[in-house]
Design a protein around this ligand. Structure first.
Ligand SMILES: Nc1ncnc2c1ncn2[C@@H]1O[C@H](COP(=O)(O)OP(=O)(O)OP(=O)(O)O)[C@@H](O)[C@H]1O
Ligand SMILES: [Mg+2]
Length: 271
């Protein structure tokens, strides 16, 4: 099941949210960093401990028609158990124009015969080379927003754009939902759902300490998994899976083989 996360102007937090959800996902999952502006996780949560080909190298082998079989080799483990993995994003945003998002979307939407989910960080809507094709193939399209008037206004525009008939964005209008970071600044979950006209599948607290671990690779410490952000992410992940499952059915998983990835980032720290 492919789930696309995106943000609107003026509401940062999509990468942190994607990582928090991935680490909290109730089953096997891959965080695919598809932001055309570049990937952040290796330099942040991964603490620059590893270099990896990720999306750019995958794109290179895909030109020789080998993408589906090569995907596993480009994934890094995000946790000790290998349940959460990462497809690192582009190191150089200038290469985004070369990525065949359509081909990638097809592979991600049917990953490992549907045995794992893919959470795609698509970055900001309307960015140049935005991965429209990935959003179109997603079982759920989630706009990540804050709760200020400015953020909610921008999110409402993004939602309208995703839901617009014939826009070629969301697979269908009902697949669009929102996640709110920092509710009550001043708007609450219900007000935001009303303003956007889509369900809010969850809210995440502002938790600068946990966000610094996820975004900047700050030491996790023993209490990281019990942080307010990670605890909330666990229930949001479950609700998001339920929402996406209700909208799935358009994805046609071809058979795929699985091999264990060999490298780990961020895994085991404080977990
Ligand atoms: N729940 C949160 N609580 C506190 N701070 C947060 C939270 N989520 C994100 N942040 C902070 O907001 C900033 C931007 O976050 P992030 O990198 O996730 O945003 P983004 O939308 O992916 O941005 P970009 O457009 O650069 O990719 C970071 O400093 C991050 O730590
Ligand atoms: Mg980001």
């Amino acid at each position: 099941m492919l789930i696309a996360l995106s943000s609107a102007k003026g509401a940062p937090g999509v990468t942190t949210t994607g990582l928090a959800l991935t680490l909290s996902w109730p089953r096997g999952v891959v965080l695919a960093e598809l932001d055309p502006a570049g990937g952040d996780v290796l330099a942040g949560y991964g603490r620059a401990q590893l270099t990896a080909g990720g999306l750019a190298d995958l794109e290179f082998v895909a030109r020789r028609g080998q993408m589906a079989g090569q995907l596993d080799a480009h994934l890094l483990q995000l946790d000790a158990a290998g349940r959460a993995r990462l497809l690192p994003g582009l190191a150089d945003p200038a290469t985004a124009r070369h990525v065949d998002w359509e081909r990638l979307a097809t592979v991600l939407a049917s990953m490992e015969d549907g045995a794992v989910d893919v959470v795609a960080d698509c970055g900001r809507l309307r960015a140049e080379h935005f991965p429209h094709a990935v959003v179109r193939r997603a079982a759920a399209v989630v706009v990540v927003t804050g709760s200020t008037l400015r953020a909610v206004r921008a999110a409402a525009q993004a939602v309208a754009e995703f839901r617009e008939e014939g826009s070629g964005l969301a697979p269908h209008p009902g697949a669009v939902a929102a996640i709110v970071i920092g509710p009550g600044e001043p708007y609450g979950e219900r007000e935001i759902a009303d303003a956007l006209g889509v369900p809010v599948v969850g809210v995440l607290p502002r938790d600068p300490r946990a966000a610094a671990v996820l975004g900047d690779g700050a030491p996790a410490g023993r209490l990281f998994t019990q942080s307010a952000l990670l605890r909330a992410a666990r229930s949001v992940a479950v609700r998001l899976v339920e929402f996406a499952e209700a909208h799935e059915g358009r994805l046609t998983p071809p058979p795929a083989t699985r091999s264990a990835p060999e490298t780990t980032v961020g895994g085991g720290r404080g977990r």
